[in-house]
Design a protein around this ligand. Structure first.
Ligand code: IDP
Ligand code: MG
Length: 138
């Protein structure tokens, strides 16, 4: 099934000037970019995006990180986009992510892990709508 997922290139990866490399890898792996924008999240916007994690001990640190500088938000389209993009990202902790994954290549640790990807169809719907209107998707 053709799916859409939300991808974020996080502030650590954008400030390291690795956004272009990530985009190149996405296209080479068959993801179609149907929406893309560079934005800077406010602390409140980062808190809204990560509301599911509001009771976690890392919530403050995570939302500080996600609002420290610009991010690139993209909607990716592909067969099985959600699962395939999660596999391409690698696991949450960059130091444990498999060689060749985006997080192994561009992440630093469990928090500063370079990229985000939706984890289910319901999450993807919420997360895409958080950043994009239907008119912005091509
Ligand atoms: P995911 O991004 O792989 O889906 P989640 O568990 O949904 O991982 O966590 C959201 C984000 O919160 C992670 O990508 C990472 O930036 C951060 N994070 C997750 N677990 C920890 C932790 O134990 N310490 C610090 N930051 C964390
Ligand atoms: Mg998650």
């Amino acid at each position: 099934m053709i799916e859409r997922t939300l991808s974020l290139i996080k502030p650590d990866c954008v400030s390291a000037k690795n956004a272009g490399k990530v985009i190149d890898i996405l296209e080479k792996n068959g993801f179609l970019i149907v929406g893309m924008k560079k934005i800077k999240l406010s602390k409140e916007a980062a808190e809204g995006f990560y509301a599911v994690h509001k009771d976690r001990p890392f919530f403050k640190s995570l939302t500080d990180f996600m609002s420290e500088g610009p991010i690139v938000a993209m909607v990716l389209e592909k067969e099985n986009a959600i699962t395939d993009y999660r596999a391409l990202m690698g696991e949450t902790d960059s130091t444990k992510a498999k060689e060749g994954t985006l997080r192994a290549q561009f992440g630093t640790d469990i928090e500063r892990n370079a990229v985000h990807g939706s984890d289910s169809p319901d999450t993807a719907k919420f997360e895409i709508g958080y950043f994009f209107s239907e008119l912005e998707l091509v």
